[in-house]
Write a protein that binds this ligand. Structure first.
Ligand code: ADP
Ligand code: MG
Ligand code: ZN
Length: 465
């Protein structure tokens, strides 16, 4: 039998607001437990929530970035359940009337549907230490959107592509910082398998809270295989929630699937329905920044970058800003991109902050384009700029880092090198490629790394070839 996989993703994303969804406690990660709390977000009786308008605006921006309809009216509901990290006894979310519906993400020619985006609050966090469990309410009431895809995804690879695209859109619209390691982007996957071409759905399993896009892909691939094997043996997969173990690269059953009716969703009567006017949506639409896809078009068409360049530069918003600012000042934006990707990105720390001003990057790039310096000098300059800022042209002058374009000077170095390294010259004459590289290296060292590499190559060929 031939099978096909059916996959839908539910992604929780923390919104980049200053404060929580219903109170003025700060929305910050990594603070001392229970220091960002108040009676509202800890669910004290008699307190009144007030909706954070900025959270609503960011959720709408997510909707616009993901091609959704923005609902004129949406509503908050209570998802009732008991758990120690949820002092209110319910989560305020949107169930029946979500804020955004019917969008899609284009993953390279194929559209993956987005069923809904709803606003909701996060729960607190349990911390297990030995036989004790502590609870930190700093996360209680932090604003989230949940982005629910349609079951349109066909493989682990497509899921990873979808997530990458989703992350890019949320980053560039400023909706979320999408830091997976801080839990500000959390992925649940739903997987089922059916006979190829069938219009019915097979039983689905859900894998919760996977830690990276790579693991998401692996977990899906494992799960698809597991379902197929079950069907082949004449069995059916259980509808259940599973977890993915990154070490064994397998999924394990956690619990059978709870029925959504068990949650007892009820309208949250503390809120009137949320009304969003068309004017408000238009206002936000006008302020939408360019999405990664649109930037990619500009990079390719106007600057001659490759897909590889675009993928690297569009990983982070500030990478893109740095490139774009430098490109505006550059005589050759492609060369600027090359310098950024191969030299600057290799200097990044785990915080990924670029410690070089875009204007300096452009200065270095332009000196290279004008053949004033060569690429190894450019690399050294960038490494130095990483430590401290300085005027590049002055520095090059003062330290005499000019590229040596003088034929006579280079010829003299080559003669010297040949004299001192007869064996290598012999090897070179016998056609050994390595010998050319070695010889170039020796001459380059004599020129203190400043030889014009093209000219040097030509001269070596002329003189010894
Ligand atoms: P639940 O109530 O179990 O969470 P939903 O209908 O709300 O299920 O769907 C949740 C997610 O599961 C969505 O992303 C949806 O696309 C996906 N999904 C629904 N049915 C299937 C299926 N048969 N196989 C795979 N994914 C599915
Ligand atoms: Mg679900
Ligand atoms: Zn609070």
């Amino acid at each position: 039998m031939k099978y096909e996989a059916v996959i839908g993703l539910e992604v929780h994303v923390k919104l980049k607001t200053n404060t929580k969804l219903f109170c003025s406690c700060r929305n910050e990660f990594g603070k001392k437990p229970n220091t960002l709390v108040c009676p509202v977000c800890t669910g004290m009786p008699g307190t009144l929530p007030r909706l954070n308008k900025e959270a609503v605006n960011l959720a709408i921006k997510a909707g616009l970035g993901l091609n959704c309809k923005i609902s004129k009216f949406s509503r908050f509901d209570r998802k009732n359940y008991y758990y120690p990290d949820l002092p209110k006894g319910y989560q305020t979310t949107q169930y029946e009337m979500p804020l955004c519906t019917d969008g899609y993400i284009d993953i390279g020619g194929r559209k993956i549907g987005i069923e809904r985006i709803h606003l909701e609050e996060d729960a607190g966090k349990l911390i297990h230490e030995g036989d004790k469990t502590y609870v930190d309410f700093n996360r209680s009431g932090v604003p989230l959107v949940e982005i629910v895809s349609r079951p349109d995804i066909g493989s682990g690879e497509e899921a990873a592509l979808y997530l990458k695209k989703l992350r890019g859109i949320l980053l560039f619209t400023g909706v979320s910082d999408c830091k997976i390691n801080e839990g500000s982007m959390r992925v649940d996957v739903n997987v089922s398998v059916r006979p190829k071409g069938s219009s019915l759905f097979g039983a689905k399993t859900e894998i919760k809270n996977i830690n990276s896009f790579q693991f998401t892909q692996e977990a899906i691939e494992y799960e698809i295989k597991r379902h197929m094997e079950l069907y082949e043996e004449g069995n059916t997969p259980q509808s259940e929630t599973r977890r993915y173990d990154e070490k064994s690269k397998k999924t394990y059953a956690m619990r059978t699937k709870e029925d959504s009716s068990l949650y007892m969703y009820l309208p949250d009567t503390e809120f009137v329905p949320l009304y969003i006017s068309e004017e408000e949506v238009d206002e936000l639409r006008k302020k939408m920044p360019l999405l990664p896809e649109e930037r990619e078009k500009i990079y390719v068409n106007d600057y001659g970058l490759t897909d590889f360049d675009c993928e690297n530069i569009l990983q982070e918003v500030h990478f893109a800003t740095c490139f774009e600012e430098a490109a505006k000042l550059s005589k050759d934006a492609k060369n600027t991109a090359n310098l950024l990707i191969s030299h600057v990105f290799s200097l990044l720390d785990s915080d990924k902050v670029v410690r070089i001003k875009p204007s300096r990057l452009a200065e270095v790039s332009n000196l290279m384009t004008d053949e004033v310096i060569n690429s190894s000098t450019a690399k050294k300059l960038l490494e130095k700029l990483w430590e401290e800022d300085f005027d590049v042209e002055t520095y090059v002058k003062e330290n005499e880092l000019f590229q040596i374009n003088d034929k006579d000077v280079l010829s003299k170095f080559i003669e010297e090198a040949a004299e001192e390294n007869k064996k290598i010259v012999d090897d070179y004459k016998k056609g050994k490629k390595k010998a050319l590289k070695a010889l170039t290296g020796i001459v380059m060292a004599k020129a203190k790394g400043r030889a014009n590499p093209k000219l040097l190559n030509t001269l070596i060929n002329e003189m010894l070839g």
